[in-house]
Design a protein around this ligand. Structure first.
Ligand code: NAD
Length: 366
């Protein structure tokens, strides 16, 4: 069985402690005095191919927090790529600072750092980074994807992410109810941003009873008006009666407190790192009989989209076709989970590792 290494096992304060515990190949520290750029690139595993993952810009409270974030996120990308059948490894970058610091020089300097890695890491957009920012980065390196459509890129990956999440949810419904129809199911979508909004569209089209929550009133009003979803207050949502909980805002919302309160049959959403502690909370969900559709699998549509763009000759239909595979993969994981009585997240990680290890052996011969 594959050991799941959680943050709790990471030795505090030691960079090598974290890298060895989480299994990283490389952590790159970048600094540029003229622009003030401070960035970290985490390269977790490149057995399947160059590491691909977005750049997140965040005003981290400490350097330690930024290091933990880049290591945790890049590791997640390894599993996401592997389970989705893509020939890429896992990586991620974080830029430390307020998004208002961004300028052409700042982003192009970042692009040069990416270029200096010679293709071991390919970047794309993530939190607080836009397709426009990718354009600046692309002036200095070819190792970037997620460019605007007008520049021949794949544009916003969120619709593909939402589609994959929707299919993952349907696969979980099939496991829970014997039918993958979501008609009449009460589904709470937490966060109606880029992905959540598109997910709500799929769900309402299918006749689900959709509840939505967000911290932005205007966004809630707009989505409610467009799709006829019912608005609920972000407070106390975990006590609501619902069939499916779809976290599409923050990580770690599935934890000691919320698992006790949740009475849903399924958790399936797009947010990254939904389980506060993969091992502990994955096991708690299994014991409580809540079906968990692994986040890194069902939100892989965005990665599929940027990977399709990086391969060249971007074709959105092809990206959607690839994302459709999420349904069957999710079914296989949920079956493995019930058959072996192991948490779905653990089953998914084991499946991802299995592919990495088998492909590593394939590559041994020339
Ligand atoms: P987004 O920023 O567009 O939307 C997130 C929404 O969540 C916002 O509307 C925000 O106001 C809301 N929110 C924040 N805190 C909240 C709270 N406490 N309660 C309720 N709502 C809250 O982000 P997005 O691109 O839609 O991504 C959503 C999630 O999916 C993120 O966790 C992201 O990492 C993950 N994800 C996104 C993609 C993608 O293609 N965009 C791909 C994979 C994973």
């Amino acid at each position: 069985m594959v050991e799941i290494k959680t943050e709790e096992k990471v030795k505090e304060g030691s960079i090598y402690g974290q890298i060895t515990s989480l299994g990283h190949e490389q952590l790159v520290i970048c600094y540029d005095e003229p622009t003030g750029l401070k960035a970290l690139v985490g390269i977790h595993n490149t057995v399947l191919g160059p590491a691909l993952g977005g750049t997140r810009m965040w005003n981290y409270a400490s350097e330690a927090e930024a290091i933990t974030d880049v290591l945790r996120l890049s590791r997640g990308m390894t599993f996401k790529a592997a389970i989705t059948g893509l020939n890429i490894g896992g990586g991620k970058a974080v830029i430390i600072g307020d998004p208002s610091l961004k300028s052409e020089a700042y982003l192009r300097r970042f692009g040069r750092f990416i270029d200096s890695l010679g293709g071991r890491y390919i970047t794309a957009e993530d939190v607080n980074m836009s397709t426009r920012d990718m354009e600046y980065i692309s002036m200095e390196t070819d190792y970037v994807t997620g460019l605007p459509e007008v520049r021949g890129g794949g544009g916003d990956p969120s619709p593909v992410t939402a589609y994959g999440t929707y299919l993952g949810m349907k696969s979980a419904a099939k496991k829970a109810y014997g039918s993958d129809s979501l008609k009449g199911k009460k589904i709470l979508v937490q966060g109606v941003g880029q992905v959540g909004k598109h997910l709500v569209s799929h769900l309402t089209k299918e006749g689900a009873l959709v509840l939505i929550t967000d911290i932005f009133e205007d966004r809630l009003k707009a989505v409610s008006k467009e799709f006829g979803a019912t608005v609920v207050d972000p407070q106390d949502i975990y006590d609501l009666q619902m069939d499916i909980y779809a976290p599409c805002a923050l990580g770690a919302t599935v934890n000691d407190d919320t698992i006790d309160r949740l009475t849903c049959d399924i958790i399936a959403g797009a947010a990254n790192n939904q389980l506060k502690d993969e091992e502990k909370h994955g096991r708690m969900l299994l014991e409580k009989g809540i079906i968990y559709a692994p986040d890194f699998l069902i939100n892989a549509g965005g990665l599929i989209n940027v990977y399709a763009e990086f391969l060249g000759g971007y074709n959105r239909d092809l990206a959607y076709l690839e994302a459709e595979k999420i349904y069957d993969t999710c079914s296989a994981i949920l079956d493995k989970s019930s058959k072996e009585n192991i948490p779905a997240q653990e089953a998914a990680i084991a499946m991802a590792w299995h592919r990495i290890q088998s492909m590593g052996k394939v590559k041994l011969s020339y």
